[in-house]
Design a protein around this ligand. Sequence first.
Ligand SMILES: [Zn+2]
Length: 119
Amino acid sequence: MQCPHCESNKTRKNGKRRGKQNYKCTSCGRQFVEFHSPPKGYPDEVKQQCLKMYLNGMGFRAIERVTGVHHTTVIYWVKQLGSQLPDMLESEPIPEVGELDELETFVGSKKTRYGCGQQ
Ligand SMILES: [Zn+2]
């Protein structure tokens, strides 16, 4: 158990207080109860990357798979961002894909025809 005051690992158990394990640091002499370290901090660039992915329409689970950041953390960041910059969360218009599909179909059939002609 690391001392929250001086970050020393020279701590020892010092009985229980109200059901919680009490520790005493032998370095600074201060007492503290068992504590849980806050969620693992991520560098700001990771956070920005996750938010960018979210803004590009990626799902939280997908972002988790790509970046390794737990989806609840990403959701937390998005909520944080949403409260700061609500305008940024406006969804972008979905681009028209109909024309692209037609083009691909056209190229595909052309290729097939070429293939038949060569054989
Ligand atoms: Zn200490």
